[in-house]
Design a protein around this ligand. Structure first.
Ligand SMILES: *Cc1c(COP(=O)(O)O)cnc(C)c1O
Length: 403
């Protein structure tokens, strides 16, 4: 058990706490599920891009799935080898593509025909061959939240099957492109196997039709998206996930590439915030805390549910309260109509499942410095990002003040 009270006392609040041992266990469970096949787990850095988190996965043998050149640089800094780094995303600029090719990463995930032309042109300029994979949009409804659904034609991601085939032929004929992989990622927080199986089946069929014209791929990149329990969701077991995917490949001999983010980090993370006040407006009760939407945006952005635990001496009856932050927005809340006992100033609230898409979506809105981040490993805590000071917030502006 992590002693949240002691950590809040030592490091202050608001505070992010990550359980590195939990991250290791999740990584191992997924890796083991693909046992008997060549596989690379490429951690989706955007889920939690703290350098020490990425380094933790690097030490376990993980690769990295990156969606900006900044994330690629983080992956390198954290010690992930080039041959396990992939670069995805719908809007890569020329400088990003150039740097990815120069750094000789595993491959660039191409998301449009226009992007394929850019990658080819830049590889030619550099006199290099760029390994690529193409992101296929299999037009499958993943049955998740529409904001995190990505595998339907009305989402911006990937290309349809016919375009993909045309692009593989073009890449195969190019001196500067080496098509090595195929990629799909239909959404996030997936809790049903059937859409994943259907998407994999469609993509595996495309691989067979490419084989028939002598285009041999090496990597079957199944994206990320494995859902987790925020509340009482029924989730997919890694073993069943792996079996479903492998079942679609049958005789195809490909390395599986898997890009989990949330699965590895979400339930390893806790956001600690302290009670400032309780107040009542009419019938409505509010608990005002010292953390805000600039620290943890998911409730405001997706109306996402996070379990919240109160650490208090009061163990009386619960009543329904809105838990709100200090930011000047009505959307600044962590939960609405949430049952909590009466609270005192300085009682601690522990927001669960905050290890993915938490700190990384944070901002400095309202000139609030972002929280510190710490990790706990082998029962020992250490700082992995210091709290932002006022000086940190103004340092890029101050020199431009006029006399
Ligand atoms: C966001 C993303 C992931 C990770 O998604 P999770 O739901 O966190 O597992 C993996 N691959 C791609 C291409 C992504 O955009």
């Amino acid at each position: 058990m992590i002693d949240f009270k002691a950590l809040a006392k030592q490091y202050g609040t608001p505070l992010y706490v990550y359980d590195f041992d939990y991250m290791s266990a999740q990584y191992t469970q997924l890796k083991e599920a693909f046992r008997g096949r060549k596989s690379i787990i490429a951690y989706a850095v955007k889920a939690n891009s703290n350098l020490s988190v990425v380094q933790h996965f690097a030490k376990m043998g993980s690769g990295a799935d990156c969606v900006s050149i900044g994330e690629v640089r983080r992956a390198f800094l954290a010690g992930i080898p080039a041959y396990k780094i992939i670069f995805s995303g719908v809007g890569k600029n020329d400088d990003e593509i150039r740097e990815a090719i120069e750094k000789d990463i595993l491959y660039i995930n191409v998301e449009s025909e226009a992007e394929l032309q850019r990658v080819e042109a830049i590889a030619k300029e550099l006199g290099k061959v760029s390994r690529i994979s193409i992101r296929v949009n299999p037009n499958i409804d993943p049955q998740t939240h529409p904001y995190i659904s990505t595998g339907l034609h009305d989402n911006k991601f990937g290309v349809d099957l016919l375009s993909a085939k045309r692009m593989y032929i073009q890449a195969n004929n190019s001196e500067y492109l080496d098509p090595v992989g195929i990629h799909f990622h239909i959404g996030s927080q997936l809790t049903q196997l059937q859409p994943i199986r259907e998407a994999a089946e469609i993509v595996a069929d495309l691989i067979r039709s490419l084989q028939a014209i002598d285009i041999e791929l090496k990597f079957f990149d199944i994206g990320g998206g494995l859902g987790i329990k925020y509340d009482d969701e029924v989730t997919i077991e890694p073993y069943d996930y792996a079996q479903a995917i492998l079942g679609t490949l049958r005789a195809l001999d490909l390395t599986i590439l898997c890009e989990p983010g949330r699965f590895l980090t979400a339930n390893a993370g806790y956001f600690l915030t302290k009670v400032l006040y309780e107040k009542q407006n009419g019938d409505k009760k509010f608990v005002v805390v010292d953390g805000g939407m600039n620290d943890l945006l998911r409730p405001s952005l997706y109306n996402a549910y996070h379990k919240i635990e109160a650490i208090t001496e009061n163990n009386g009856q619960t009543r329904e309260v809105d838990i709100v932050g200090p930011v000047c927005e009505s959307g600044d809340f962590f939960a609405k109509n949430y049952p909590l006992p009466a609270l005192n100033r300085n009682d601690l609230l522990v927001v669960h499942s905050a290890g993915a898409y938490g700190f990384g979506m944070g901002s400095n809105y309202n000139t609030r410095g972002r929280s510190a981040e710490i990790c706990v490993e082998d029962s020992k805590a250490r700082l992995i990002r210091r709290r932002e000071s006022f000086e940190d917030l103004i340092c890029l502006e101050q020199e431009f003040l006029v006399e």
